[in-house]
Design a protein around this ligand. Structure first.
Ligand code: ATP
Ligand code: 3PG
Length: 409
């Protein structure tokens, strides 16, 4: 059982500051609805219907990246999912935000601006240092309680995640509660047959470190996405580099090169790499090329190829457990969904224990008509899910547990 307090322990008629994770894919500056809104809406609705004053914190993207936007669009999607009005103020702890918070009545909901627009938010620091920031010291006195529902950001030591539990009574939201229970159970279970991990996505740094940590618990890794191309580069293929406007590879290569080479050297027998890749052909169609035929990377590769999927499917079918983190291709574009959907279909057809992790990746399930019921657990977490797999501590969970401990003393 988790050692933190939950909404069942929250006093009535509270002014509650709630941290969600609404980090979403952004297309043309607009957030795309996804499972995170649906899951967090349950916590927000429960708090509002109980008569609490509900103020929400969330982040979007990272400074300098295209997906670093205001949360105005997120408020609209969340309101639709909650079925109640969700106010929005483009401020986090300035006068405009403080006035909007003060004006809230019981049962009302207000979303504040992207926490990563605050200078105090991102620099990784101890919870004690984060509790002393102007951001936390300004907002905390306005509330009776803090609720952290952002399991999928729980691996970050950011002010909105680890600062408030030191200065307010702190509770887990319903998403935090269910994700924590599912993911820690996964980390402790033992399996009789082969354990397979499918690794892809754009956050190669997250997943490569975990491959190193999981090496005694996973029998084989099936690679795609950005991580897969970086491993192909380490294996001597002229791919895994940035071309044109792309900035997904070179910086992550420099940061992870040595670890990739050592993991490949030590566990090469357990690591399956794509044998072909897909890209946009001259007429905009999906084109494929064997990796052995690539002389130089001249275009972005956007999916693993058909032969690779055919190679990965038997490995999945004979597995006792399959964990997925990250898509094998840009599945949002139907032309490049074959890798991700092919692997998900293969998993859905087995009765193995399966977990699909990744806020963006889990969107592929509903986009391509698969059912969550086909998988043991569909996590909306990415990096946090991966760290739970390896038993690594999640700073935001630890601060909730410490807060509960202080209240018991
Ligand atoms: N070869 C590729 N080139 C560019 N993007 C890719 C490639 N393969 C997969 N992707 C992108 O990876 C994304 C999913 O992986 P990503 O690591 O970003 O998120 P996630 O695994 O769902 O977890 P998180 O919750 O951390 O976002 C998809 O949006 C997909 O478009
Ligand atoms: O989407 C996620 O993985 C979480 O929101 C964490 O986002 P980050 O990797 O930008 O901290």
């Amino acid at each position: 059982m988790p050692a933190f307090n939950t909404l069942d322990d929250l006093s009535a008629d509270s002014r509650v500051l709630v941290r969600l994770d609404l980090n979403s894919p952004i297309e043309d500056g607009t957030p795309q609805d996804n499972r995170r809104f649906e899951r967090h809406a349950e916590t927000v609705r429960e708090l509002a219907e109980a008569g609490h004053r509900v103020v929400l914190l969330a982040h979007q993207g990272r400074p300098g990246r295209d997906d670093f936007t205001s949360l105005g669009g997120h408020a609209e999607i969340l309101a639709d999912r909650v079925g109640r009005d969700v106010g929005f103020v483009a401020d986090t702890y300035g006068d405009e935000a403080l006035e909007a918070i003060d004006a809230l009545d019981a049962g009302e909901i207000l979303l504040l601006e992207n926490t990563r627009m605050c200078d105090d938010e991102l620099p990784e620091a101890s919870p004690e240092e984060k509790a002393e920031t102007e951001f936390v010291r300004t907002l905390a006195p306005l509330f009776d309680a803090y609720v952290n529902d952002a399991y999928s950001a729980a691996h970050r030591k950011h002010a909105s995640l680890v600062g408030f539990p030191l200065v307010l009574p702190a509770y887990a939201g319903r998403v935090m509660e269910t994700e924590y229970e599912a993911n820690t159970a996964i980390a402790t279970r033992e399996f009789d047959g082969p354990v397979t991990m499918v690794v892809g996505g754009t956050k190669a740094t997250d997943v490569i470190g975990v491959m190193d940590a999981l090496d005694d618990r996973v029998d084989r890794f099936l690679l795609g996405g950005v991580a897969g191309e970086l491993f192909l580069r380490a294996a001597g293929h002229p791919v895994g580099r940035d071309v044109g406007e792309m900035d997904l590879f070179d910086e992550q290569w420099e940061r992870n090169r040595e670890l990739i080479e050592s993991v490949l050297d030590e566990r090469g027998d357990a690591i399956r790499l794509a044998s072909d890749l897909a890209y946009e052909g001259p007429d905009g169609e999906r084109a494929e090329v064997p990796v052995d035929d690539i002389g130089e990377k001249e275009t972005g590769y956007l999916d693993v190829g058909t032969t690779t999927v055919a190679d990965y499917e038997p490995a999945i079918r004979e597995s006792d457990a399959v964990f997925v983190k990250g898509a094998l291709g840009v599945f949002e574009d139907e032309r490049f969904a074959d890798g991700t959907v092919g692997v998900l279909d293969a998993i859905a057809e087995t009765d193995c224990f399966s977990v699909v992790g990744g806020g963006d990746t889990s969107r592929a399930i509903e986009m391509y008509g698969l059912s969550e019921a086909d998988f043991s657990h569909v996590s909306i977490a990415g990096g946090a899910y991966i760290r739970a797999l390896t038993g690594e501590p999640l700073p935001a969970v630890e601060t909730l547990e410490a807060a509960a401990e202080r209240r018991r003393d």
